[in-house]
Design a protein around this ligand. Structure first.
Ligand code: MRU
Length: 343
């Protein structure tokens, strides 16, 4: 099977596919310091909740390698500056904070090690997080594939594929797993304004994997459902609250409402690292607002009058009653969701 290298730890550097340039150019950038990696998370060079988590962990490892310190306290203080910078990149994807907290915990658990040993230990932990993410996606993909039958037509929104993770993908991982079982799946990909993750990234990676894909504008999903061309929807998540409310790319909520109206199952695929049990409901989850230029321009082309008022939330919240099931590496949990989504 074709594999996309979204992010990789290579010779004590981080190599990432520049997702801003897809589908026209396939360029890999190399990072040897945490500050430029933090900028790459902010500017969407790397994006998608699990990939952001892996990038943050690798950013911590890069930061650790760059520290010279006499003792643990000095090292820890400097590493906290690294963690705080990485934590300021994107507020919604909980995988970022999950990975940073895990790196912090491992640091504290290993305070008796020498500084070079500690640096090595953090590097290993970041690589472990990377491998675990691929493993989780493969497992959840297999669980999710049981929901798909040969010949099904699936609608997805944004990109929750190999590009959004360390590999394989979540929502698209379900489709790849079904494909590996010999099922033919046709995907409708919402283009996903404002930054077009659906048309630029999802369509690109599905083509690379040999999955049949049709790109539609975001406002076309309703008509497809009305024409009975969609059998189910599968999306990823940036953060799932304890009650099963799902925060994902802006526009996900509209898809879920449409799916409910048409009696179409609406599935969410995400690793356990995306579930934030501290959030009782989706209302507590912070929603990132991004630069208005994402709305007023497509690349350098102005598509709205200058000085017009613009609203640009990057995510929305889909209430649990619109979610048919949540697919994680633990299995498939159906509504009503019980903490933390046991069956
Ligand atoms: O702004 P982005 O591109 O980082 O948003 C990505 C999404 O909303 C994805 O659907 C989500 O992170 C799940 S990725 C497996």
């Amino acid at each position: 099977m074709y594999t996309i290298k979204t992010i990789e730890w290579k010779n004590d550097k981080v190599v990432m596919l520049d997702q801003r340039l897809l589908p026209e150019q396939e360029i890999y950038n190399t990072y040897d310091d945490y500050a430029s990696l933090a900028k790459a998370i902010e500017n969407l060079t790397v994006r998608g909740a699990p990939a952001i988590g892996v990038a943050a962990a690798m950013g911590m490892a890069l930061g650790a390698l760059g520290i010279s310190a006499k003792n643990f306290d000095d090292f820890f203080k400097k590493l906290e500056t690294v963690r705080e910078r990485l934590a300021r990149t994107r507020p919604t994807a909980v995988n970022l904070f999950w990975a940073l907290e895990r790196m912090k915990r491992v640091t504290l658990e290993n305070k008796t090690l020498s500084i070079p040993e500690l640096q090595e230990c953090l590097k290993e932990e970041a690589i472990k997080i990377y491998h675990e993410d691929i493993e989780a996606n493969r497992t959840l993909g297999k669980h999710g594939a049981t929901l798909l039958k040969d010949g099904m037509q699936v609608l997805t929104h944004c990109n929750a594929g190999a590009l959004a993770t360390a590999g394989f993908g979540t929502a698209l991982g379900v489709i790849y797993a079904a494909q590996e079982e010999g099922k033919r799946i046709h995907v409708y990909s919402d283009e996903t304004r404002p930054v077009l993750q659906g048309s630029r990234l999802t369509a690109w990676e599905l083509q690379k994997h040999g999955v049949e894909v049709t790109v539609i504008c975001d406002n076309m999903a309703g008509t497809l459902m009305q024409q009975k061309k969609i059998d189910c929807c599968i999306v990823g998540a940036d953060r799932i609250a304890a009650n099963g409310d799902v925060v994902n790319k802006i526009g996900t909520y509209s898809v879920a409402v449409l799916a409910k109206h048409h009696g179409i199952p609406f599935y969410v695929a995400a690793p356990l690292s995306t579930i934030d049990v501290k959030m009782k409901s989706g209302k507590e989850i912070p929603i990132e607002e991004r630069n208005i230029r994402e709305v007023t321009h497509i690349k350098d082309q102005m598509i709205a009058p200058s000085h017009v008022d613009v609203f640009n939330p990057a995510f929305d919240c889909t209430p649990n009653e619109l979610v048919t099931a949540i697919i994680t590496e633990k299995g498939i949990s159906r509504s009503p969701f019980q903490e933390p989504f046991s069956k």
